[in-house]
Design a protein around this ligand. Structure first.
Ligand SMILES: [Zn+2]
Length: 108
């Protein structure tokens, strides 16, 4: 875990480590990003609470709050942000699996 997740951009204000960027094209009207590790840790705690500490990925296992990841539904590269509605609480196995290119088994 690094110190800063993503640098704040432009003139948009940062409140409690979260930068909100207006985006008229987004259904919500804005995107928001955790720009400090502290803000991201807080977000993970909120996710853990929402999920009752169960992985919202594939396995649905109980995971200790310190081990849970925030998994982006729409990746940041694709315009997704760090808002709660774009995140799932996930264990490391499910998070790793989500980022791996998956070969599709074929019948021959
Ligand atoms: Zn899982």
């Amino acid at each position: 875990m690094g110190v800063v997740r993503r640098k704040a951009v432009g003139k948009y204000p940062v409140v409690d480590g979260v930068q909100r960027i207006p985006d008229a094209a987004h259904p919500r009207g804005f995107r928001e990003y955790c720009v400090t590790q502290k803000a991201w840790d807080r977000r993970r705690e909120e996710l853990a609470q929402r999920a009752n500490n169960r992985c919202e990925g594939i396995c649905k296992r109980w995971i200790p709050p310190v081990q849970g990841d925030g998994m982006h539904i729409l990746s940041t590269g694709a315009g997704g942000d760090d808002a709660l509605d774009n995140l799932l609480y996930g264990c490391r196995d499910c998070h790793r699996y989500a980022h791996q290119p998956k070969a599709v088994p074929r019948k021959s």
